[in-house]
Each structure stands twice: as structure tokens, then as C-alpha cells.
Design a protein around this ligand. Structure first.
Ligand code: PMV
Length: 329
């Protein structure tokens, strides 16, 4: 049974392969979890304790170009060379090392985000997904998407959901090697569902989702209840999307995000991603809702909020949140 990322990746990739073109490029959308992934049963393989459900952000995401270079891997992020000493570089190179066709093959990776990095807006999700898509083209593996989803998951859990547009379900899987833990697109659509990004702070967050998640699992007395919350929320969310019941959708969405943050608040010491402005915005959203405007929020591992509303309310929402970046997935 293969259990290290390298062995698992080797079991998916062809025995030998080489670049079939000079350069390859791919795009992957960022995704926002409607029902969150929080907590792993395997930290090395990014195997989750629960399934999760996301919505992809259309043309907001990452475009990545792969080619070969000499001597050492080169990573260019948003037109800037990434310092080889940085955590970002090390993490990516560690991941890339699983894919070298031979030990002295070095990658030149150029990546461009249309979404802020490390601000809790799921940029790592589209990053690893775009990278595996580009590698697949570059080496002509022609892997099915669910296998690319496994590869992306080994880079960052939520990345396994960024291989598709629309609503995407990540099955937690049961196997120890995680080959059954991949995402899949749902056949459901909701054309007038809108998402807006409410940026509070674009600087890198205090703690990464990886550390925060592990700390919560290890120390939060409320975490034990989280899998039960997710199971219920996931089933009700699928129903709400099927019948396009926006108010049920919004209540489950918001409740699930708040429950995730509650597990973090109860961890010791507490993990608090909320900033004063995050709370002020939540208050504003709740007041507007009392006045009849149907808007709901979600929040990930950062202080920023995602607003959900229907296209009919777009003008009103924009009037109340002039800085909102609207995405119609
Ligand atoms: O995939 P990671 O390690 O960046 O974790 C993502 C965690 C959340 O964004 C908070 C939830 C999710 O399901 O995307």
C-alpha cells in the first residue's frame, strides 16, 4: 500500500515521461467552500475528516505556465521572482520534486493570480490546480480530472475542488492512501447566484490554514462536534441548491462558516481571524437582512468576507458595499 505523497503520485503518473512541448499553460478557478473543509485525518496526504462543497469563482483564479530551466527551479509569482529562501518557494519546490522526470530536471514556473494571495480567498486552491493542469499538458499525461484532483489535493486540500467550474463536491474518502479522496463536479447550476469579495485586509494572514486547522483539531474541545455539523449542513445545502431556495442556502452557508470559526475560537490558544472591520461588516450584513435585503456571508481562514446574493439584488448590494468585487460564477 503506497502511503507517502511520492509513492501515491508515482502510482498515478506513467512510469516514464518527458516534456512534449516547450511550454504549457493552464487556468484554474479559485473556489469558495460553502460547506467547509476544516481538519485532516492525514496531515501529510491532506485527507479531510469530512467531505466539503464549494463554488468556483469563474474567471477569478490562477494561470500557470510550466517550462524547463537549468540549475534550480525558478518561480515567478505575479511577475516577481520568488525568493528561494521563502516558505512559499520551499513548499512549491517540495511539491514539484514529486514530478521531475529525472532528478536534474528543473522547472520554470510562472504564475499569475487574479485573486489576492494568502488573504483567505483560496488562492492556494487555484494555484495547485492550475499547476497540475499545466503539468498534465506539458508532459502529455492525459490524466482524468479526478486523478488531477488527487494530485492537487496533495499540494493543498482545497485545491482538489478547483479543477471544475460551478458547484464541486469533495468526497472525503475512506482509504488510507487517499486515492478515493477527490472532488467531482455537481450537475446543479444556479445562474443568478452572485458572490462578492469584501476585502478587509489583503496582507498575508497571521496563521496559515494548515497550522490553524491542525491546532484546532488538536486543542479545540468543540472540534469533536464539527463532523456532525458538516454532515447535516452538506445534506441540507445540496437540497437548498437543488430547489434554489436562497434563504435556506444562505442560512446554512453562514451557519457553517460561523461553526468552523467557533471551533477555532475554542482552540487553545484561540485562533481569531476576525478583525474589527470583519465584525462591523457582519453587523452591517445582519442589519441589512433585517431590513429585507437577502444577503449572507461566508468567511475562510482570513479576515475577509464573501457575500452571497441573487442577481436581482446586485444594485442594492453594490450601493451598500461600494468596494465589493462582484463575481458571477
Ligand atoms: O486547502 P487549505 O489548506 O488552504 O484549507 C482551506 C481551508 C478553508 O478555506 C478555510 C476551507 C475550505 O474548505 O476551503
Amino acid at each position: 500500500m503506497p502511503h507517502s505523497p511520492k509513492e501515491i503520485i508515482q502510482s498515478i503518473l506513467p512510469n516514464s515521461y518527458q516534456a512534449t512541448q516547450e511550454t504549457a499553460q493552464a487556468f484554474a478557478p479559485a473556489n469558495i467552500a460553502l460547506i467547509k473543509y476544516w481538519g485532516k485525518r492525514d496531515k501529510i496526504l491532506n485527507l479531510p475528516n469530512t467531505s466539503s462543497l464549494s463554488l468556483s469563482l469563474g474567471n477569478r483564479g490562477t494561470t500557470t505556465q510550466v517550462s524547463q530551466t537549468e540549475k534550480q527551479d525558478v518561480i515567478i509569482l505575479n511577475q516577481q521572482h520568488v525568493n528561494p529562501e521563502s516558505h512559499f518557494y520551499q513548499r512549491l519546490v517540495n511539491y514539484l520534486s514529486y514530478f521531475r522526470p529525472h532528478p536534474t530536471f528543473y522547472f520554470h514556473i510562472e504564475t499569475q493570480n487574479t485573486i489576492p494571495v494568502a488573504a483567505g480567498v483560496a488562492s492556494s486552491s487555484s494555484g495547485f490546480a492550475a499547476l497540475v493542469k499545466a503539468l498534465d499538458i506539458y508532459f502529455d499525461w492525459r490524466l482524468p480530472l479526478h486523478q488531477l484532483s488527487v494530485l492537487a489535493r496533495l499540494g493543498s486540500g482545497s485545491a482538489c475542488r478547483s479543477l471544475w467550474d460551478g458547484f464541486v463536491l469533495w468526497h472525503k474518502g475512506e482509504e488510507e492512501d487517499g486515492l478515493d479522496s477527490f472532488a467531482e463536479p455537481m450537475t446543479l447550476t444556479w445562474p443568478d447566484l452572485c458572490v462578492g469579495l469584501l476585502m478587509v485586509d489583503q496582507s498575508p494572514k497571521k496563521y496559515g490554514s494548515r497550522e490553524a486547522m491542525n491546532h484546532t483539531v488538536e486543542t479545540s474541545p468543540l472540534y469533536a462536534y464539527w463532523p456532525t455539523v458538516v454532515e447535516k449542513d452538506l445534506a441540507s445545502m445540496v437540497k437548498a441548491i437543488q430547489v434554489r431556495n436562497f434563504s435556506a442556502f444562505g442560512q446554512i452557508l453562514e451557519g457553517n462558516a460561523c461553526a468552523m470559526h467557533a471551533t477555532m475560537l475554542a482552540s487553545r490558544p484561540a485562533i481569531i481571524y476576525h478583525q474589527p472591520q470583519t465584525l462591523a461588516l457582519i453587523d452591517q450584513i445582519q442589519r441589512l437582512r433585517e431590513q429585507g435585503l437577502s444577503i449572507f456571508f461566508s468567511q475562510d481562514a482570513g479576515p475577509n468576507l464573501k457575500l452571497f446574493f441573487l442577481a436581482t439584488d446586485l444594485k442594492k448590494v453594490q450601493k451598500n458595499f461600494p468596494t465589493l468585487e462582484v463575481v458571477v460564477p
